[in-house]
Design a binder for this molecule. Structure first.
Ligand code: CP3
Length: 348
C-alpha cells in the first residue's frame, strides 16, 4: 500500500498531513464519458459489470482522462441482491428493476447469504486486474450499497420518489425488516472484506436513500447496520460512509470506526465540521448540477468549498454521482481546481 505513487486519499483518511486535498467523483466511471458511451453501445450493462476486462477498462477511463486521485471499481450496488438470489434487470434509460420483490418471511428465508467471494468472483477479478493495471498510480476504491438502500430496491422492486413500500414494510413488519437488514449486512461485510483481499485499498458504503428516513427511523433502520459494517471492515481497510441526506446523523457517525463521512450539498462545511467535532475526514459536497455552470464559476466555487472545509482531513468530491449530461471538460475543471489549490494554500 505504501508504494502508491499518489496516496493523498489514504493520507487524508488517516488524518495525515497532505499538500492538497485528494479529489475523485462519485459515479466517475461511466455515464458522461464518450469512451464509456461507445462501450455501452456494444455490451449490455451486466456484461460490462461481469466482464473483468471491460470493468477494468471503464474504471481506468476517468483516471486517464480526467486525472482523479482515485479509481472506483466499475460495478453496481445491486450485485448483492443478485448474489442473494434475486433477479435484477437494468433497462437502458429506465434504471434497475427487480421483478420478484421481497414480501414475506419465506422470501427472506430463501435469500442466499454465503459464498459471496465465488458468486461475485467477477468483481474480485476486476479488482485484481485493475489494481495491476493501475500500477500503483492511485488507490483503488471498492464499494457496496448500504443495507437500508438495498432493502429499498429489494422490497420496492425499482427506484421510487418516496420508497413508501419499503417504508411500509419496515413500519408494519419491523422484525422481518430487521432480519432482512441483518442478512444484507452479513453478506455485505463478507463482500467488502473480499474486495479488500482482491486489491481494494479502501471501501465506500453508499446509503443513497438514507435521507428518506426521519432521524429517529435512520437510527433504527440504517445506522446500526452502517456501524456493524464499519466495525467489521475498518480493521482491514479505511471505510467511508455516505449516508446521503442524513446530515442529522453526522455526530453519531463521527464516533464510529469509519475513517470518512460523505456529505451531500444540503449541509454547509462549517455545520458538518461542527457536528463531527473536527474528528473525522469529510468528503464532498459539490452539487453535481453545478458542473453545468461555466468552468470559471466551477473553479471559483471549488476554491470556496476547499476554503470552507480546509485542506486537511478533507476529500474533494461531489455531493452525489456525476450526471450523464456533464461535459468532460467541466468534470476536468472540477478536478483541476482542486489540484491548483496547492498553490493557493501555500499563499494562505
Ligand atoms: O462510481 C462509479 O463510477 C462506479 C460505478 C457505479 C455504478 N453504480 C455504475 C452504474 C457505482 C458506484 C454505482 C452505485 C449505485 N448504483 C448506487 C449508489 C450511488 C448513487 O448514485 O446513489 C445506486 C443507487 C445504484 C443503482 C443504480 N444503478 C441505478 C439507480 C441506476 C440507473 C440510473 C443511473 O444511471 O444511475 C444504475 C445503473 C448504473 N450503474 C449505471 C452505471 C454507470 C448507468 C447505466 C448505464 O450506463 O448503462
Amino acid at each position: 500500500m505504501s508504494e502508491l505513487k499518489n496516496d493523498l486519499l489514504l493520507r487524508a483518511l488517516k488524518g495525515e498531513q497532505v499538500s492538497r486535498p485528494p479529489v475523485w467523483m462519485m459515479r466517475q466511471a461511466g455515464r458522461y464519458l464518450p469512451d464509456y458511451i461507445k462501450l455501452r453501445e456494444k455490451y449490455d450493462f451486466f456484461t460490462r459489470v461481469e466482464t473483468p476486462e471491460l470493468a477494468c477498462e471503464i474504471t481506468l477511463q476517468p483516471v486517464d482522462q480526467v486525472g482523479v486521485d482515485a479509481a472506483i471499481i466499475f460495478s453496481d450496488i445491486l450485485v448483492i441482491p443478485q448474489a442473494m438470489g434475486m433477479t435484477v434487470l437494468m433497462e437502458e434509460g429506465k434504471g434497475p428493476s427487480l421483478p420478484n420483490v421481497v414480501k414475506t418471511k419465506a422470501d427472506i428465508d430463501a435469500l442466499i447469504t454465503t459464498g459471496v467471494e465465488e458468486r461475485l468472483g467477477y468483481v474480485m477479478k476486476a479488482l485484481s486486474l485493475t489494481k495491476r493495471e493501475l500500477n500503483n498510480r492511485v488507490p483503488l476504491i471498492g464499494f457496496a450499497g448500504a443495507p437500508w438502500t438495498l432493502l429499498c430496491y429489494m422490497v420496492e422492486g425499482k427506484g421510487s420518489k418516496t420508497f413508501d413500500k419499503a417504508k411500509q414494510f419496515c413500519f408494519t413488519q419491523p422484525e422481518l425488516a430487521h432480519s432482512l437488514l441483518q442478512k444484507i449486512t452479513d453478506m455485505t461485510i463478507a463482500y467488502l472484506k473480499a474486495q479488500v483481499a482482491a486489491g481494494a485499498d479502501l471501501v465506500q458504503v453508499f446509503d443513497s436513500w438514507s435521507g428518506m428516513l426521519s432521524p429517529a427511523d435512520f437510527k433504527l433502520f440504517a445506522q446500526p447496520y452502517l456501524v456493524q459494517i464499519a466495525d467489521a471492515v475498518s480493521e482491514y481497510a479505511p471505510v467511508i460512509l455516505f449516508p446521503k441526506g442524513s446530515w442529522y446523523a453526522l455526530g453519531d457517525l463521527s464516533k464510529t470506526t469509519a475513517s470518512g463521512l460523505g456529505l451531500d450539498w444540503s449541509v454547509t462545511p462549517s455545520l458538518a465540521r461542527e457536528m463531527t467535532n473536527n474528528s473525522i475526514t469529510l468528503q464532498g459536497n459539490f452539487d453535481p448540477s453545478k458542473l453545468l455552470a461555466p468552468t470559471k464559476q466551477i473553479k471559483k466555487e471549488v476554491t470556496e468549498m476547499i476554503d470552507a472545509f480546509g485542506t486537511q482531513r478533507y476529500i474533494a468530491n461531489l455531493g452525489h454521482g456525476i450526471l450523464p449530461n456533464i461535459p468532460v471538460d467541466h468534470a476536468r475543471a472540477f478536478v483541476d481546481a482542486v489540484k491548483e489549490y496547492e498553490g493557493a494554500s501555500v499563499k494562505a
